[in-house]
Design a protein around this ligand. Structure first.
Ligand SMILES: Nc1ncnc2c1ncn2[C@@H]1O[C@H](COP(=O)(O)OP(=O)(O)OP(=O)(O)O)[C@@H](O)[C@H]1O
Ligand SMILES: [Mg+2]
Length: 774
């Protein structure tokens, strides 16, 4: 059994594993440490990783890219200028629960497949690669997610792991993974109580992540964990693509990218390449993705050359019909066209990161750079200037995130013993809760919105409309006026590990909903509701003063309702009061037993207990857990158990009451009773049925891929046998055969070779038979 740390990048995926106590990066079938994050669909099979890359030029329409940025992104009402729409070479569509996905051709059909499902395909492929590499089963993983992910995006990540039945131990932010990789190996350099502040700048293909963290011997505090998912290497590629296209327009008056606008130059300096040049006339102005793929390839090569050289030539063969594109670009021009927009956005992100971390730039002791795009010289120069410090490159630029995930996996897995290194993280987006009494709204299964949030930590009451929801993020309006209470729960300064308490001073059926507060950092069009629950507080129980709902974050960094308690308070009676009550009870008992003959009466202690229980109206909750009993609200003893436990405790308690110490009478006794919470799926939560259906579909596709791979293997083997036998007939077998025999065999081989090309679609048995024939 082995554990894996997986970094799914928008361009490259990296898998880390442990071998002989050391971290090892998995090499794929091409012996590469980075595997392209691409999944292609064809008429016969799915192509994943390098296989998808090999065919991307001819199969770009059916090749899923930018998978990580599309996970859990809502596909309806998207702005046509949306970067992800423009970065896709095929068609993006809204799939289940409105999550974005790809429209691809697979086995002669057009299918819509969500990015979540495509991710599960990729994950399965990477895990199988790792298992082949380490020669062991790998069934536990830790995945990294970009800091921009919202709650529902992390839930989608979890769904992707469920679809392939893999155990995700934890999800961590890209930045936390890097901090862990950094801190773990430098424990001895840090001090127990004097922190070292380090900034990490990770710029990849489609994301730029900035992290500022303070490191101590055994822990680090993540002071800021930010990212911009619209800034990365692809923006630079776009500028070079436009530059080359403009060169072509200059030479031939042909706009290869937008055919219907021969003389219109592409607008430079924004890092974007729009699907449409002119949004008003989409039919005429659509980008030619075939040209774009060709140019992308050249642009990336050009960019990489310019990272190490001052000039490079540009040559694109047959860019448009028979016309080649020729030209050159020097570092100065390259930087002129790319640096302005890029550095402006990067500076905004850095400024925000510094502000969030509440440290001064001068306090940052080291700047670590990682991610492929930090190899660009103008970015490095800018960072040196910004931080006024030399850059440090001690982390493995492409592998640090995967290594951090692996360390986290090893810490959590029971199969390994690893020194603990704690990363203390904060909440990314402020969260509030709102609740209302459902008894006030008959027949309501509702979602609340439009609530006002109080600025302090108190609770506001606001009248809001409720909407009946379906299990999507669309709402059908049936407005009802209801009083909702809104409570700020987590601010950006709250720690992720913190357990928070929502105090609800009302009884009845209470619906509690947690949601992201409106804030400019939230992605537009995201699912704002995090989770809802209903708790039923017995309104006949007059001792209940309030209820507490506890919340926290799961291992997947998703918001969770941990449970709820009712809090009841009773005043401990004096001896005289108790005596009077006992007498009263006795009287009542006699009348009851006189009225109900044939019913067991029990002992007086039992009756006392029964009465007390009835008094407290606790009956309906007695099968729940009684969590604590305390006097004076000072001492609390936790105890768990069912009804009998509750009964025994009360029994003991009633005994104890007789032996009350002086002065205890009249004090307030607090009783915490845990009550069940009914969790309601947030909009966009995958149902168990859907998980089952998609998981089955994934297994079928895997099966079909295996059959196809086997078929291709037999075709390859048959071809090899044909070539080898032909070769031998003309060399080592010559002296053992007459010319006639030789010709007969050679003719047969030609026949079989023709058979292959005429029957490419036959199943494997046809080719096995031919192998046997030879
Ligand atoms: N020598 C280089 N010079 C310039 N850019 C480079 C160089 N090497 C790689 N890149 C760029 O780095 C980017 C890929 O970096 P990386 O592998 O870190 O991204 P990723 O992790 O897949 O994406 P992300 O983190 O954004 O999801 C690509 O845009 C690639 O062109
Ligand atoms: Mg990355």
């Amino acid at each position: 059994m082995s554990v894996l740390g997986i970094d799914i990048g928008n361009e490259n995926s990296v898998v880390a594993t442990i071998e002989k106590g050391a971290i090892n990066i998995v090499r794929n079938d091409l012996s590469e440490r980075l595997t392209p994050t691409l999944v292609g669909f064809t008429e016969k099979e799915r192509l994943i990783g390098d296989n998808a890359l090999a065919k991307v030029k001819s199969n770009f329409k059916n090749t899923c890219r930018n998978i990580k940025n599309l996970i859990g992104k809502i596909g309806t009402n998207l702005d046509e200028d949306d970067l992800e729409l423009n970065e896709s070479y095929g068609d993006l569509v809204a799939c289940e629960y409105n999550y974005l996905g790809y429209m691809v051709g697979y086995k002669n059909e057009v299918i819509n497949i969500s990015a979540v499902r495509v991710l599960s395909t990729l994950l399965h492929f990477l895990i199988k690669l790792a298992e082949k590499y380490v020669g062991k089963e790998c069934s536990e993983i830790v995945l990294a997610y970009p800091p921009t992910y919202t709650n529902s995006q992390k839930e989608c990540l979890l769904v992707a792991t469920k679809l392939i039945n893999i155990k995700a131990l934890r999800f961590i932010s890209d930045n936390t993974a890097v901090a862990l990789d950094y801190g773990m190996y430098r424990m001895r350099e840090f001090k127990e109580n004097q922190g070292v502040v380090v900034a990490f700048v990770n710029i990849g293909y489609a994301n730029s992540c900035i992290c500022i963290a303070r490191f101590y011997t055994k822990k680090c505090e993540i002071l800021s964990d930010l990212a911009d998912c619209t800034l990365g290497g692809r923006n630079i590629d776009n500028e070079i693509i436009k530059y080359i296209n403009n060169l072509f327009i200059d030479s031939y008056k042909i706009n290869a990218l937008y055919k219907n606008y021969p003389t219109q130059m592409c607008e430079m300096g924004n890092g974007k390449l729009n699907k449409y040049l002119d949004l008003n006339n989409k039919d005429l102005s659509k980008i030619d993705n075939k040209i774009r793929v060709k140019l992308q390839d050249v642009a990336v090569k050009t960019k990489k050359i310019l990272s190490a050289n001052n000039e490079t030539s540009i040559h694109v063969e047959c860019l448009y019909e028979d016309y080649d594109c020729q030209g050159s670009i020097n570092r100065e021009t390259y930087e002129n066209i790319c640096s302005n927009f890029f550095l402006t956005k990067l500076k905004t992100l850095l400024d925000k990161s510094i502000a969030t971390s509440k440290v001064k730039v001068e306090e940052i002791q080291s700047i670590e750079i990682l991610g492929g795009t930090t190899r660009v010289p103008f970015i490095q120069r800018f960072l040196v200037e910004y931080f006024n410090k030399p850059l440090s490159k001690t982390l493995v630029a492409d592998e640090s995130v995967a290594r951090g995930c692996l360390l986290s996996a090893a810490m959590l897995s029971k199969h390994y013993k690893v020194k603990e290194y704690e990363c203390i993280e904060k909440i990314q987006h402020p969260i509030s809760v709102q609740w209302y009494n459902m008894n006030e709204v008959p027949n309501a299964t509702t979602t609340l919105n439009n609530a006002d949030v109080n600025n302090d930590n108190g609770t506001t009451t606001t009248t809001t409309t409720t909407n009946t929801t379906t299990n999507t993020n669309t709402t059908t309006n049936t407005p009802v006026s209801v009083k909702t209470k809104v409570h700020k729960l987590y601010t950006c300064d709250s720690l992720k590990k913190k357990v928070n308490k929502i105090v609800i001073p009302e009884k009845g059926s209470i619906k509690v909903t947690a949601f992201y507060e409106e804030n400019p950092d939230l992605p537009t069009n995201c699912v704002k509701e995090l989770s809802s629950c209903i708790l039923k507080v017995n309104d006949k129980h007059d001792k209940i003063v309030e209820s507490h709902v506890m919340t926290s974050f799961s291992h997947y960094d998703t918001f969770t309702f941990l449970g709820a308690n009712t809090v009841s308070k009773t005043v401990i009676k004096t001896k005289d009061e108790r005596k009077k009550m006992d007498e009263k009870n006795e009287g009542e008992k006699n009348t009851t037993s006189a009225a109900t003959t044939g019913t067991g009466t029990g002992t007086s202690a039992d009756d006392h207990l029964k009465n007390e229980k009835q008094n407290e109206g606790e009956k309906s909750e007695a099968n729940n857990t009684t969590s604590a009993t305390s006097t004076d609200g000072n001492t609390t003893t936790d105890s768990a158990g069912g009804e009998s436990k509750f009964t025994n405790e009360n029994h003991n308690h009633s005994k104890n009451k007789n032996e009350l110490k002086k002065g205890e009478e009249g004090k307030v006794q607090t009783c915490y009773t845990s009550i069940p919470v009914e969790l309601l799926p947030a909009p966009g939560t995958y149902s168990a049925k859907d998980i089952y259906t998609f998981s089955e579909a994934e297994i079928n596709m895997q099966h079909s891929d295996t059959i196809e791979a086997e078929r291709l293997k037999h075709i390859n083997e048959l071809e090899t046998i044909i070539y080898e036998t032909r070769d031998r007939m003309n060399s080592m077998y010559t002296e053992f055969a007459t010319d006639e025999e030789k010709n007969k065999v050679l003719l047969k081989l030609d026949d079989i070779e023709n058979f292959i090309y005429d029957n490419m679609d036959e199943n494997k048995n046809a080719f096995i038979k031919k192998k046997e024939e030879i």
